[in-house]
Design a protein around this ligand. Sequence first.
Ligand SMILES: NC(=O)C1=CN([C@@H]2O[C@H](COP(=O)(O)OP(=O)(O)OC[C@H]3O[C@@H](n4cnc5c(N)ncnc54)[C@H](OP(=O)(O)O)[C@@H]3O)[C@@H](O)[C@H]2O)C=CC1
Ligand SMILES: O=C(O)C1=N[C@H](C(=O)O)C[C@H](O)C1
Length: 268
Amino acid sequence: MKLVVLGAAGRMGRTLVKVIAETEGASLHAALAREGSASIGADAGIIAGIGASDVAISSDVDRALQGADGIVDFTAPAISLAFAEKAAERRLVHVIGTTGFQAEQDSAIASAAKAGATIVKSGNMSLGVNLLAVLVEQAAEALGPDTFDIEVLEMHHRHKVDAPSGTALLLGAAAAKGRGVALEDAAVKVRDGITGAREAGTIGFATLRGGSVVGEHSVILAGEGERINLSHAAGDRAIFARGAVKAALWAGGKPAGLYSMRDVLGLS
Ligand SMILES: NC(=O)C1=CN([C@@H]2O[C@H](COP(=O)(O)OP(=O)(O)OC[C@H]3O[C@@H](n4cnc5c(N)ncnc54)[C@H](OP(=O)(O)O)[C@@H]3O)[C@@H](O)[C@H]2O)C=CC1
Ligand SMILES: O=C(O)C1=N[C@H](C(=O)O)C[C@H](O)C1
């Protein structure tokens, strides 16, 4: 499967170039970066630290997409949206790992999937987090809002620009599903000042940022006299890149539509 990596000089872009080189059935077709980026013209493999790949990083989108089977995209919401529309026009696979979408951007991505793109989108592409989401859903269903409160805690590196993380929202959505409510109605994303006592049934979020932390998430179910912690710690960005490349291979040949990592991993 011939893959185009977006944001090829970014943290995830570099990791993807490396993982694609290690994955049977996947090849690096093109590597894109923002126009004017210092990485333009450099070999994507050299930038990724794996030696020459013979693919130069470019900003020529039309040329990159010519002959490609899929796009793997960990960039920024506006970029992912623009590429979802291109994927729809060209009937391509589009794996979206980008986080931080507004609700209307999510709707536009769903429209691109209806218009012809085969999109796999997830706030976390790792096997571990997607399994954790299944466990959170089960726990939330079993432990009702009158006896257990749910809080989602996350920590990431100092460069992260969105909050709560895509994973925290994914885990919050799993908890909400388990409780039979919509996350938009239950979420408390910020607390400051005299907040009043905790409202039963809400799902709280707490965000920490610092250093080089790849990604740590805990869902805490707190009851009277007991507490359950369901946690995941990412030690290496390769877990996300491997999941994304697996998703691209899985999506090749699937009908257009919007899929999740739970679909890819058979955890739905
Ligand atoms: N779903 C998952 O499993 C995971 C998701 N992520 C998400 O992936 C995204 C990227 O993370 P990360 O790799 O750490 O971030 P980086 O900032 O390291 O990389 C982002 C890349 O996207 C490029 N980019 C950003 N804006 C534009 C633009 N307007 N035009 C073209 N290129 C652009 C950047 O280019 P430039 O440097 O020139 O700005 C950069 O190369 C984030 O949303 C993050 O939350 C991260 C890890 C796992
Ligand atoms: O920005 C990151 O780094 C990560 N982003 C994703 C998120 O927002 O949850 C996934 C992972 O935790 C790393």
